[in-house]
Design a protein around this ligand. Structure first.
Ligand code: RB5
Length: 145
């Protein structure tokens, strides 16, 4: 993957998992761009999905990770930008296919749905799996933009 930082953002429901994933990213040797939130106080997930979308669109990061209670709300927010392909993933298989088939550039996780070890497995798979490419997948991904 490109040598830009990995951006990460969450709402209050995802902030603890975000902390664990930041540690994991650093342990894997990645620079991290933390877009917040910073604590357990209640915030609105669309603001953090939007911050991720702006970061990806501006090229400040090539890949991002977003976390809310389900991964759903924050991914809907991020996906409103045409440059973002955020995929809500629940395990290594959904993450691998989101990379191989959809060239997902943002991984969305639900902190209330999966445990920290599964989330770390998703993170590693997200970073290590290449887009499968080929005419069929490239044509479909191009239509997403
Ligand atoms: C916050 O309570 C919760 O609604 C949010 O984290 C997320 O799950 C929304 O999709």
């Amino acid at each position: 993957m490109p040598a830009t930082p990995v951006a990460i953002a969450s709402d209050h429901a995802g902030v603890a998992l975000k902390g664990a994933l930041i540690e994991e990213l650093r342990a894997l040797g990645h620079e991290v761009l933390d877009l917040g939130t910073e604590g357990p106080g209640s915030v609105d997930y669309p603001d953090f999905g939007q911050a991720m979308a702006e970061t990806i669109a501006a090229g400040r990061a090539a890949r991002g990770v977003i976390v809310c209670g389900t991964g759903i709300g924050i991914s809907i927010a991020a996906n409103r930008h045409p440059k973002v392909r955020a995929a809500v993933c629940h395990d290594a298989t959904s993450t691998r296919l989101a990379r191989e088939h959809n060239d997902a550039n943002v991984l969305a996780l639900g902190a209330r749905l999966i445990g920290v070890e599964v989330a770390k497995e998703c993170l590693k798979t997200f970073l290590e799996t290449d887009f499968a490419g080929g005419e069929r997948h490239e044509r479909r991904v191009a239509k997403l933009g």
